[in-house]
Design a protein around this ligand. Sequence first.
Ligand SMILES: [Zn+2]
Length: 414
Amino acid sequence: MRVEGKELNSECQVENVHLKESDLKRDFNQHWSEQGFRVVPQISVIPPANWDGTLFVNSAFVRYFDHYQRGGSISEGWVTNQYCVKVGFSKISLEEMIVRDGFLTSFEQISIGIDYSEKNLHKIIEGICSLLWGKLAIRRDKVYIGIPDSRKNEVSMWENAGVDPHNIIVSDKVGYAIDLQKLKVKGEYTNIIFDRGPDNSLACSQDNCQPGCHCERFLELGDLGILEINGRKVVDHAFGLERIQAMQNGLEKVADLPWFKAGISLGTDQGLGVMESMNVADHLRTILLLASQGVEPGHKKQGYILKLLLRRVLWNWPSNSTEQFDDSARKYLEIFADHFPEFSSGQNNFIKFLKNEKASLDKLVIKAQRLIIKMLNTKRLLDPDDLKFLYETHGIPLEVSLRIRQDLCPLVVD
Ligand SMILES: [Zn+2]
């Protein structure tokens, strides 16, 4: 594979067209409607009951899955925009997500689904490409296609649709497989990848940098899956809206999207580090989305995810006094209200959840401090049994114990 490093770089300026989320969704939906697809509304961010109960992951695919499980088919093709929540998944933990650009705990997918046939696959590949270099004005030489070994026959389809043959990579390292036995879902995905260029701040300087590299020069914009659900085949294609939006607008990073940047600045202005500020801005947006969809903090499934995010925000929270706390929460809300009016119904609960969680966390921390100081009177380190005791007897989570231990004596490693 050839990467035209220097040449690409010289013409790397993407025209700054400032496409908004709503413009992108409109263009995507319109493009596929013109191809005969029907626009269907998104479903709740809480997955349907027949999806794996242990996951709180929704995606446009889950919508197709639900439909096929009920015995339906999608002969005319569906186009949909779907909010999704992910707090870590099989390939990347929540901690890793936060340090990598483009892995948000909530995001929107712009997606299509249709019954599989060779003809439909052709049509979709043609459609993806004409949308990318047409309405979306993504430069052709920046698009790479990563195809899994089993789908080599697709190479010519992408070539015919206008992808540079040098930018087509066949390897299981850049495409990927899923096999959810319990749900009787399996299949493989081809990845649609964007080259941010060798001079991007996230790129490594190695000559052999290519899609699949450990650095973040190459960003997956979306994918194209051929999946079997209960023995029936469906074509599932989606782009991550935020990633497309960032790259389409010529931004260096997804974290440079206006709402994200404003949220990060709000944190750093109050003395937080950049990482903490990213955590807070990302998680608060997801908390608002969940609140707007009626999720309440709890100990199971989506309620637990909401609680986890609230806790993580509060660990990083820039202010301690109640007034400062209220003031900050409202400033974040103002940012989100500008960009995501569809989340407005969650505003009251957003503030309420944060306040309640702060009150309960404050109490827990005082209790934990007392217990840990007592333990450290007799020894220097906390061992796994101590941590287990703190959790099982007093309900103090591991991360709380470790944080307090760290605060009490930062140089001692347990
Ligand atoms: Zn690299």
